[in-house]
Design a protein around this ligand. Structure first.
Ligand code: NAD
Length: 414
């Protein structure tokens, strides 16, 4: 699965380089990560034993600014997966015009098996090991799968202690009490909603009454279900790692959230019938949002996909072959590097506020996020129309052109 994600990034990149006719030297630069740091993370477990975890921090490209990208704690990650995610950050920040490069990090572990104190020790030791790469003008991490504001607070504290002073600009997605921004929680979901609105407007589909299926009910999928319902959509199916629920009349977002809070899963929600999580993709709907992990939509799934529009909240949810199938079937896909950029955009706002030493209010954050997402969507849509290609191919072409401009301007040292 993981090698497939990196391959998918390279396939998209190669295609974009050909489409936009960039200098082959720049194409070659973008085909490899700038630096890959692999670290051993020894952690004293609560029973006194020591476990050694593997961790990575990858800079894919930092030509346009400091590395930016989340930190993932997951049993399935490896250097290739982290590199694929880092590359996606390079393209995402370029598409949204954010002054950042692409980075990503992670530790191979199962956080559900760690106690809170073990998780803290793991986070701090991992931070310590990747410290040479970090800094407000070098690399600014953020949360990703299985990491949250608490983990970011530990990370910031570790960096700050190492520097002998508080460095709020060293990480985003922090708690509000430590210089986090209003609107960070739910920012990715808001960006996804902005893309749903733009896509539906372009396709002349009504939002009100349209049906949506959402895979994943975490930091992105959870708030998104609320936002879709608030926008007037009927969320008919939701899944998570433990199961899926379906109700053609619509699942109630509030009741579902209560159930999830009480049980830790959407499975068993009494407001809908249980379905196999794989069936979620076949559910007849106007919209499908994959908001879980990479590789969720393969060729077979794409063949029986029941939605008209796919907006990729997750990173790399569609395999290359599946993408071809969706294209052939006329299913419009808003690609991850555009659709889920709301999180990194708001991370940029947090970093900017910390640098300014001046906190923005919620309206300003929301308004600037909407403007950034709408602008990015318009640029990608216009490029797709001009080139006569899919939104994914257009998004990558746009990103590669912006990267080429920046790399050419800086030149290849020495
Ligand atoms: P999360 O850990 O909070 O939630 C992940 C969700 O996916 C959980 O509900 C989990 O149960 C579910 N899931 C896992 N495996 C599944 C499976 N096989 N079938 C169905 N559901 C499954 O993670 P998140 O932060 O919500 O991230 C989700 C995706 O969005 C990831 O691909 C991540 O890289 C991407 N993303 C997240 C952000 C962000 O701001 N958090 C920003 C950009 C992209």
């Amino acid at each position: 699965m993981t090698a497939g994600h990196w391959d998918a990034v390279l396939t998209s990149l190669d295609d974009a380089a050909a489409l936009s006719g960039v200098d082959p030297a720049i194409h070659a630069v973008l085909r490899v990560p700038e630096r890959v740091l692999e670290v051993a993370v020894p952690v004293r477990m609560d029973d006194g034993s020591v476990e050694v975890f593997a961790g990575w921090r990858v800079h894919h490209n930092t030509t346009r600014g400091p590395g930016k990208g989340g930190i993932r704690f997951h049993p399935d990650i490896d250097a290739e997966e982290v590199s694929a995610l880092a590359a996606a950050m390079t393209f995402k920040t370029a598409i949204c015009g954010l002054p950042f490069g692409g980075a990503k990090g992670g530790v191979r572990c199962d956080p559900s098996k760690l106690s809170l104190t073990e998780l803290e020790r793991l986070t701090r030791r991992y931070t310590w090991e990747i410290l040479p790469l970090l800094g407000p003008d070098k690399d600014v991490p953020a949360p990703d799968v299985n990491t949250d504001d608490r983990v970011m607070a530990w990370l910031m504290d570790t960096v700050s202690l190492a520097h002998g002073q508080l460095v709020t600009t060293s990480v985003t997605g922090k708690p509000l009490a430590l210089g986090g921004t209003v609107g960070h929680a739910g920012a990715t979901s808001s960006g996804v909603l902005a893309c749903v609105r733009s896509a539906f407007t372009e396709l002349e589909l009504p939002i009100a009454g349209s049906r949506a299926a959402v895979q994943g009910f975490g930091k992105v999928g959870g708030p998104l279900v609320f936002l879709l319902q608030s926008a007037g959509m009927r969320v008919v199916a939701v899944s998570d790692v433990r199961g899926a629920v379906y109700n053609p009349g619509g699942l109630d977002a509030f009741d579902l959230a209560d159930h999830h809070r009480a049980t830790g899963t959407v499975a068993g929600f009494p407001g809908g019938e249980a379905i196999d999580p794989e069936e979620l993709f076949a559910v007849e709907a106007e919209l499908l949002v994959p908001a879980a992990l990479a590789g969720a939509i393969d060729e077979a799934t794409a063949e029986r996909l029941g939605a008209r529009v796919v907006v990729e909240a997750a990173n790399g949810p569609t395999t290359t072959r599946a993408d071809d199938v969706l294209g052939r079937r006329g299913i419009v896909v808003v690609p991850d590097i555009l659709a889920n950029a709301g999180g990194v955009t708001t991370s940029y706002f947090e970093w900017a506020q910390n640098r300014q030493g001046y906190a923005w209010d919620e309206e300003l954050v929301a308004e600037r996020l909407r403007r950034t997402m709408d602008g990015a969507f318009r640029s990608v849509w216009a490029r797709a129309e001009a080139l006569g290609v899919s939104l994914r191919r257009a998004a990558y072409a746009l990103a590669v052109e912006r990267m080429a401009e920046a790399i050419t301007a800086r030149g290849i040292f020495p």
